[in-house]
Structure formats: C-alpha cells, structure tokens
Design a protein around this ligand. Structure first.
Ligand code: AMP
Ligand code: TRP
Length: 333
C-alpha cells in the first residue's frame, strides 16, 4: 500500500518556494494516495523561537494547507507534537544512527554556521526526527522540495539500518522522495544563486503566501534580472539564474513548462514579462491568501481539524510503536 507523508515547519511565513516545491504537489497527490500532512512543530523548536508566535504559526500553516486545497476530511492533517510516537521513535532511531551519517548533513552545517560548538543537539538530530515522522506511518512516498533530498536519503538509511539490525527485512518501507513539478528549488528574487528562504533578512527576496496583490506585484517588479530579453531556449537560461528563476516560477504557477513559457515570451523585455508574471501570481496566490485570512479568524475550526487529525494519526502511530517496542525488546503492558 502506498502512503504519503510530508510536513512543513511552522517557522515564520510560508512562501512561494514552499508552495511550488511542496504544497502545490501535495494538493495534486491527495487524489492518488492516502496522505498524511503534518505541521512539524517539534522541528520548529530547533531554532530560536517565541512561544506565542510559534502557537500562531502552527495555526497559520494549518490554514495554509487547507487554503491551498488540502482536504482535511480525506487526508490526515495534524501537528507533530500532538502524537507522542514521533519523539519516541526519534529516540529509538537515534540509537541506530551513526554520528558519521549526521556529520554529512549539509543543512546542519549551513544552519549551525561558524559557531558549531554552540549549535544545539536538536538541530543536529533534526533529520533523525524527520525519519521518525515518515516511518512512524510506514509512509512510502514523501513529496518535498529539492533541499530535502539528503534528509530523505538518511531516512532510507535509518529505516534500512533498523530493518537489518533486527533482521526484519521489510518492517519499514524505504520511502521514495517525490521531487516534482517545474519549480523544485525556487530561488531568491534578489539573488538567483540563493534559495528562496524564510530566513533571508530581505522580505523582497521572497513572496509570502499572505502578501497582498500590490506587494506581490512590487516584489516581482523589483526582482533582480539581467538586461537581455528572454531567450528562445531553456539552454540559454543556464548562465542567467535570475531569468531562469522567473521563467521557472511562471511555468510552475501556470502548470506549464519552461520551454512553453519561452515559446510564448521569447524576445520580450523583462518589464513586460514581469507584469504578466505578477498578474499570474496574483491570480493564483490571491485566493489562497484570502482563504488563509478567513481561516485564521476561525480558530476553533482550525483547532478542531488538528485535534481530529491527531486522533487519526495517533491510531496509526500507536500501532507502529507497539510493533517497534516488541521488535527492539521493550516490555509493554
Ligand atoms: P520548510 O519551510 O523548511 O519546512 O520547508 C517545507 C517544504 O518546502 C519542504 O518540502 C521544502 O523542500 C520546501 N521548500 C522550502 N523552500 C523551498 C524553495 N526555495 N524551493 C522549493 N521548495 C522549497
Ligand atoms: N525537514 C523538512 C523541511 O524543512 C520538514 C519535515 C519534517 C518533513 N519532517 C518531515 C518533510 C517529514 C517531509 C517528511 O522542509
């Protein structure tokens, strides 16, 4: 049986990269798979946070999932900390993860920066918790943006290590990454060589899912470009990261391809292309922002969705944790 699991951290605001790299694909995949979508609030504790803001962000990410088109009845939608199995399986996996594997993780190196000695254990162990998230539900497919590829390979390694150690060949499935669509790595609007990210200090580097139409248009107008008109072929975008990024965003928003976008816009100056892109972005993101805003005022509705999701996720998780405890040799009553 196929089952999807994926999640986003409730840190800061969701942006166009989160939408095109992940959320938009989830909406499509929910019709083909049994799916579990999680707000990974325990992961959000690995960086500096303010408790009241975190609580608010957990609801905001839930609202974004639903506003983008995730059906909370058909799928399971919940927040990670509401199901204790994540933290429990994390520990068991931690006891099967060699430090050497974690030392290779590029995201830890980036996030820890120069002061590695001061980085917290949770940030280092972050990908172990992520493996636990996925395997607690024996998920087979994980739709994510390209930046999560290495973490998913680790999840496969950890699942495989567990299966081998306890001689239970097929206990955990080895989850497949699903890195889908035209925009698997959306870049900053200010620098086409840097990933669009929640933590970039410039708000002009990203389009937030809650930005209004004027802000979206302004950010696209101010986006960095080069002086050349749009080329005819995708190959010609190769050394033009900012042009490539805008064409990629256009293609993903329009459910089209970069080559189809170029076929239509080759020879255009960026001023004209940017205004077409702004119209498209406002048309696609505007309704999501409006629905998010409406849902954020319906706090009891959001909390009800999460509570119901946690009950359904909890039932699956409890079954896996029972099996895991038996396999590793813990007693349960
Ligand atoms: P995060 O905000 O780090 O919790 O990421 C949530 C999801 O969005 C993950 O699947 C990421 O791979 C994806 N994602 C984040 N930033 C980008 C980006 N710039 N381009 C494409 N996908 C992204
Ligand atoms: N690490 C992921 C990110 O930053 C979020 C995440 C946590 C996740 N657990 C997961 C994604 C399990 C997919 C599956 O984007």
């Amino acid at each position: 049986m196929n089952r999807i699991f994926s999640g986003m951290q409730p840190t800061r605001q969701l942006h166009l990269g989160n939408y095109l790299g992940a959320l938009k694909n989830w909406v499509r995949l929910q019709d083909q798979f049994e799916a579990i979508f999680c707000v990974v609030d325990l992961h959000a504790l690995t960086i500096d946070h303010d408790p009241e803001t975190l609580r608010n962000n957990i609801r905001a990410v839930t609202a974004a999932y639903v506003a983008a088109g995730i059906d909370p009845e058909k799928n399971i939608l919940f927040n990670q900390s509401a199901v204790p199995g994540h933290a429990e399986l994390n520990w068991i996996f931690a006891c099967h993860t060699p430090l050497g594997w974690l030392n290779r993780m590029t995201q830890f190196k980036e996030k820890a920066g120069k002061h590695r000695e001061n980085a917290v254990l949770g940030l280092y162990a972050y990908p172990v918790l992520m493996a636990a998230d996925i395997l607690l539900y024996k998920a087979t497919h994980v739709p994510v943006g390209e930046d999560q590829k290495q973490h998913l390979e680790l999840a496969r390694d950890i699942g495989g290590a567990f299966n081998r150690y306890y001689k239970r060949d097929d206990f955990f499935p080895l989850p497949e990454p699903q890195i889908l669509g035209e925009a698997t790595r959306v870049m900053s609007l200010r620098d086409g060589t840097k990933k669009m990210s929640k933590s970039d200090e410039s708000d002009y580097s990203r389009i937030n899912l809650t930005d209004d139409a004027d802000t979206i248009a302004l950010k696209i107008r101010k986006a960095k470009t080069d002086p050349e008109p749009l080329p005819e072929t995708v190959e010609e975008l190769e050394k033009r990261p900012e042009a490539d990024n805008l064409v990629t965003i256009y293609a993903a928003l329009a459910d089209s391809s970069r080559s189809a976008v170029l076929a239509e816009h080759a020879g255009s100056q960026f001023s004209g292309f940017k205004s077409a892109l702004a119209d498209l972005a406002v048309a696609k993101l505007g309704p999501i922002a409006a629905e998010m805003k409406r849902l954020m005022d319906e706090r009891t509705e959001l909390d009800r969705i999460l509570q119901r999701g946690a009950e359904r996720a909890g039932a699956i998780a409890e079954k896996t944790m029972g099996e895991v405890k038996d396999i590793v040799g813990l007693l349960r009553y």
